[in-house]
Write a protein that binds this ligand. Structure first.
Ligand code: ADP
Length: 461
């Protein structure tokens, strides 16, 4: 069995996976099975360091080797804050208006990918299978190939791929998409992303469609596919029944016994549709006054990428929206919105999900959205809550029994939230059962196996 090498921007110690989440658990399990290597950025930024240089740290975590590289401040600014999160993140989430096409970013992005490739080459064995993750590392395989790497290499994009004409707004779009052809397998979250890829490569790169999602261009053949990521349902169920999950559930149940609880949980990000959600909640209170004094929205938005200006603007907008709703509708004994701009320990989340009558997962665009799946996993099947899900989340392709909404349609979203609040028990149970079946069948282990089987069997160009 070949050794698995996982490459991602951040590396998690599989022994501390509970803190890091389902993906770390799943990749950690896959790495442990073959005795693997996990490679990425160390998280350390070296002030005054030389661009394109960084020390490699190798340490053993059980059967998994963790290899991480430091970045100098200039590279971190251009590669991470600049190109990855200032260009690729907004454009891939269809937000051309928020992209910062600064000419300097691309050099740092390329330099860091070259640095990673150089350091990784020293650790590779000839029969390693390499699995690269996400938008920070699109050109990594091309850099590895240029250094003579002939291993099988797969790429998985965790975020959406936009339509051809949105993608084409990136000045370096041709270079980026050409770089994908250095991979043997390219995976997306959803069929919609795959379709965008197929259209782009045929229209812009003159790729030939060889059938079965194989494409030939630039003298290479790659296979593409949709591999929707799942969660570790068993791990999440165990967390739900563990002490901290149960404590949280009981405390919240008592606190909100007279209220109907709605819940939103995410990183504070403009892709998550938070202002639209708050406006929909406000419309719910105006349009359906039966909810006054009762419906309470707990919105957790953990700090994220705070050193970027667009996030500061969003933070201010949210604070003012929440303040206005509480000011206009609140009573001495009832606050309609509880807005929490902090991280919640992962162990406590399942208890919170379980106590919610309705989850609001309404991103404007999202690669998958794992919160939607975690919410389903944490419910009591005898008395489950209702998932209100944006049709623009990748998860909507799978979770058909959720109540799907267009988050831009504030009025329509408010009506659907009301439908969720009013839904009879039998319908809630039926919908939940189907949703649970789906996330159980297509869990994170299924996803990992599907991708790795495709990479090792049919992925070779
Ligand atoms: P994204 O990757 O864009 O942040 P996902 O919904 O796919 O969105 O994944 C988010 C993950 O982070 C989930 O596992 C979720 O439990 C966790 N998470 C999100 N928000 C918070 C929060 N405020 N506190 C703790 N964990 C969070």
């Amino acid at each position: 069995m070949s050794r698995l090498v996982v490459v991602s921007n951040r590396v998690a110690d599989p022994r501390k996976a509970v803190a890091a989440g389902g993906l770390a658990v799943a990749l950690g399990a896959a790495l442990s099975a073959t005795g693997g290597l996990w490679f990425g950025w160390s998280g350390t930024v070296v002030e005054g360091g030389a661009p394109g240089e960084g020390e490699l740290h190798v340490q053993q975590a059980g059967s998994v080797t963790l290899a991480t590289v430091d970045l100098c401040a200039e590279d971190h600014a251009g590669y991470y804050l600049g190109y990855s999160n200032g260009v690729l993140w907004p454009v891939f989430h269809y937000r051309l208006d928020l992209a910062r096409f600064d000419a300097g970013f691309i050099n740092a992005y390329r330099r860091v990918n070259q640095l990673f490739a150089r350091k990784l080459m020293t650790e590779l064995r000839p029969d390693d299978i390499i699995w690269v993750h996400d938008y920070h590392l699109i050109p990594l395989a091309a850099e590895l190939r240029a250094m003579g790497c002939a291993n099988r290499i797969g790429f998985f994009l965790h975020i959406p791929l936009p339509p051809q004409l949105v993608l084409a707004a990136i000045p370096q779009h041709e270079w980026l998409m050409r770089a994908l052809f250095a991979y043997d397998l390219v995976g997306f979250q959803a069929e919609a992303d795959l379709l965008h890829f197929s259209r782009y490569v045929q229209a812009e790169a003159g790729a030939v469609d060889l059938g079965e999602h194989r494409f030939r261009a630039f003298d290479r053949t790659l296979r593409a596919g949709a591999f929707p990521i799942g969660i570790d349902v068993d791990e999440f169920a165990a967390l739900t029944h563990a002490k901290e999950g149960v404590d949280m559930y009981e405390r919240m149940k008592e606190e909100y016994s007279r209220r109907k609880l709605l819940l939103g949980v995410e990183r504070l990000d403009y892709s998550k549709g938070l202002p639209q959600r708050l406006r929909a909640f406000k419309t719910l209170l105006q349009k359906y006054p039966g909810n006054l004094g009762s419906a309470t929205l707990i919105q957790i938005a953990s700090p994220s990428r705070e050193d970027m200006g667009t996030y500061t603007d969003l933070l201010q907008e949210l604070e003012s929206l929440c303040g206005a709703i509480n000011g206009d509708f609140g009573e001495l004994d009832w606050m309609p919105v509880r807005y929490i701009h902090r991280n919640v320990a992962r162990r406590r989340l399942p208890g919170l999900y379980r106590v919610a009558r309705v989850a609001l997962v309404t991103p404007l665009r999202d690669g998958m959205n794992l919160v939607a799946k975690e919410f389903i996993a944490a419910q009591d099947p005898a008395d489950p809550g209702v998932l209100v899900l944006s049709r623009f989340a990748g998860a909507a392709e799978q979770l058909k029994q959720a109540l799907l909404v267009n988050p831009y349609d504030i009025d329509g979203t408010a009506d659907t939230i009301q439908q969720a609040l009013q839904m009879p028990l039998s319908e809630r149970q039926q919908r939940h059962q189907k949703l649970l079946e789906n996330i159980r069948t297509q869990d994170v282990h299924w996803w990992r196996k599907l991708f790795l089987d495709a990479l090792s069997e049919g992925g070779k160009a």
